[in-house]
Design a protein around this ligand. Structure first.
Ligand code: ADP
Ligand code: MG
Length: 330
């Protein structure tokens, strides 16, 4: 199978939204009048972001999901994406499930594959997504990191720390008596995250700032704090309940220390939930957005004038210690 057969067989779909898809020197996109394009790229490298033995269908899903998560964080509606792919060999047994996993998620979000590049080399994937956000009265509705203000509430969607639990299982650091059913559930969160696209869109005009949680809640929240020139306090007694797996009836209490669970929630990484802020006056609107998007949200803290991030216990007292989040070069 040659390069062009491979592209034709696994990565060519008739264009529906795009003016021109795969097959020419460029694809052509026609943005809806009155919108801005939102653009984001993410690269996945073997050994760094996934293991060599990862299921190719799950990898196809995840490669697009992490990009869609960035669109979600901006409140953008997905339009299209490109795929740059380095492959060790043209292996149909790998390409078939990979493209199926990738395109299934793309179809679910109406996000078309409109082009890319294919080359031989160590397995490496880079996706660029294009989305759009409305401009209303000359003002972009995109959710940015820079809009948080003192007094705003801090929220997070869904659950946190489950992907980290799956990673610890892969590393062999979990006690042997963790149930297989729970590990399968955690692995699903690690390998096939759900981008919070509907929530991001529903938060347009409601949230003051947003980011997607890819490297760990605290680290990603710091980006909002820095961009907005503010600080925050996080209620750890609320946050610890965000770890879904440990709240599951099949979980054996005490298997993992509370300190570890909190660490996974606050700095676990690979969650692909949204962390966002909104004024207190928007509490009803946030709940309405959550219902509309069918995505739970939890209020976990508040934005303050004082720079820095403070972790509070159930009594509102500051906890000592810090939790590092993931940094590729740290
Ligand atoms: P060029 O040499 O002009 O850059 P290519 O020969 O690399 O074009 O690609 C031919 C067509 O196939 C282009 O439309 C390109 O966008 C598309 N394409 C290449 N690789 C992929 C891929 N992995 N997924 C989707 N489209 C691809
Ligand atoms: Mg060309």
């Amino acid at each position: 199978m040659g390069e062009f057969d491979l592209i034709a067989r696994y990565f060519t779909r008739p264009a529906a939204k795009a003016a021109l898809g795969v097959g020419d020197d460029c694809a052509l996109l026609q943005p809806t009048p009155g919108t801005q394009l939102a653009i984001s790229s993410d690269m996945l490298v073997e050994g760094r972001h996934f293991f060599a033995d990862v299921d190719p269908g799950a990898l196809g899903h995840k490669a697009l999901a992490v990009n869609l998560s960035d669109l979600a964080a901006c409140g953008a509606t997905p339009l299209a994406f490109t795929l740059a792919l380095a492959l060790p060999r043209a292996d149909a047994a790998w390409l078939e499930p990979f493209s199926r996993g990738l395109l299934a998620l793309a179809d679910a979000h109406g996000c078309e594959l409109i082009g890319g590049d294919t080359t031989q080399g160590p397995l490496n994937l880079c996706i660029t997504v294009f989305g759009e956000v409305p401009v209303v009265n000359g003002k972009s509705q995109a959710l940015l990191r820079s809009g948080a203000r003192a007094g705003d509430d801090v929220y997070v969607s869904g659950t946190l720390g489950d992907a980290r639990l799956a990673l610890e299982a892969k590393r062999g650091t979990l006690p042997a008596d963790v149930s297989a059913e729970l590990l399968a559930q955690a692995r699903q969160r690690l390998e096939q995250p759900t981008p919070r696209i509907a929530l991001g869109q529903a938060l347009r005009g409601v949230a003051s700032a947003a980011i997607d949680v890819s490297d760990g809640l605290l680290g990603d929240l710091q980006h909002i704090l820095q961009a907005s020139g503010v600080g925050a306090s996080i209620d750890t007694a609320v946050a610890i309940d965000l770890i879904a797996i440990c709240a599951h009836p099949a979980w054996t209490a005490g298997l993992i220390s509370l300190q570890k669970q909190l660490e996974w929630v606050l700095a676990g990484g690979d969650d692909y939930e949204l962390a966002f802020t909104a004024p207190v006056s928007a509490r009803e609107a946030v709940l309405a957005a959550s219902r509309h998007a069918n995505t739970p949200v939890t209020r976990i803290g508040r934005i303050e004038q004082d720079p820095g991030l403070r972790l509070l216990d159930a009594q509102g007292k500051a906890l000592p210690g810090s939790f590092a989040s993931f940094d590729h070069f740290a």
